[in-house]
Design a protein around this ligand. Structure first.
Ligand SMILES: [Zn+2]
Ligand SMILES: [Zn+2]
Length: 233
């Protein structure tokens, strides 16, 4: 496998320097060819007042910066639960899968990740503790519920069919501009939601959209099977 930190040593050096300068309580180390950023992180407000301290382990994927790093909370400070977006092994889900790459591109740096992903997530956890979970709605749900929540928001619609068609187009390698628009207007995409469509098509990864579309279809299949069973009874 081609590991990013071996392929481009200068890039790895500047990566290490960024962390050293901006996060002196974190260390960068390599274990079994995977780069980790581990240690203590302080979450501060704009007046530099410390709001909370967390133990973290950031796992940097072998093809960084193409792929986004992962975050684990290792201090058991955040309870494992879907509401808190922490899985059994401490893994955090920072964004709904399809959404994450809206905030990431190949020019993104590790500081971008730490600020936009890690610090925002931990700040949300601090707010959660302070408000007794009243900020829950600011995060996305999981699975197909999360998918509908996310896509309905970006399309500014409540129409499930529009969302379904949009995700279907997101799963396709190529969508021809003379195809009918996903919004159901009957117009060709190029004469309708062309800019909006292209903007998301560039950012949302094919494999994420395909996973989401598969999950949604599974749910729909289940619903139609249940209906059929009811009719038989
Ligand atoms: Zn989650
Ligand atoms: Zn349209």
């Amino acid at each position: 496998m081609d590991y990013w930190h071996l392929k481009n040593k200068d890039f790895f050096q500047s990566f290490k320097k960024e962390i050293e300068e901006n996060y002196p309580t974190l260390i960068v180390y390599v274990q079994e060819n995977i780069v980790h950023i581990k240690g203590t992180i302080r979450i501060k407000d704009d007046k530099d007042v410390c709001l909370g301290i967390f133990q973290i382990d950031v796992i940097v994927p072998h093809n960084f910066p193409e792929e986004i790093p992962e975050l684990k909370e290792t201090g058991n400070r955040i309870p494992v639960s879907a509401d808190r977006h922490i899985e059994g092994d401490g893994s955090a889900c920072l964004y709904f899968r399809d959404e994450a790459y809206l905030y990431w591109d190949e020019k993104s740096t590790i500081t971008d990740y730490m600020k936009k992903f890690v610090e925002n997530f931990l700040l949300w956890q601090i707010e959660y503790e302070a408000t007794g979970g009243k900020n829950k709605a600011k995060a996305y749900l999981h699975g197909s519920d999360g998918a509908f929540q996310f896509y309905k928001k970006i399309l500014q619609t409540d129409d499930t069919l529009v969302v379904y068609k949009f995700i279907e187009y997101m799963t396709m390698k190529k969508v021809k501009s003379h195809w009918k628009c996903f919004c159901g207007s009957g117009k060709e995409i190029r004469n309708c939601h062309f800019d909006l469509f292209n903007n998301y098509k560039k950012k949302i990864r094919l494999k994420d959209a395909r996973k989401t579309f598969g999950e949604i279809n599974k749910i729909l299949q289940k619903i139609s099977e249940q209906k059929r069973l009811k009719n038989l009874m």
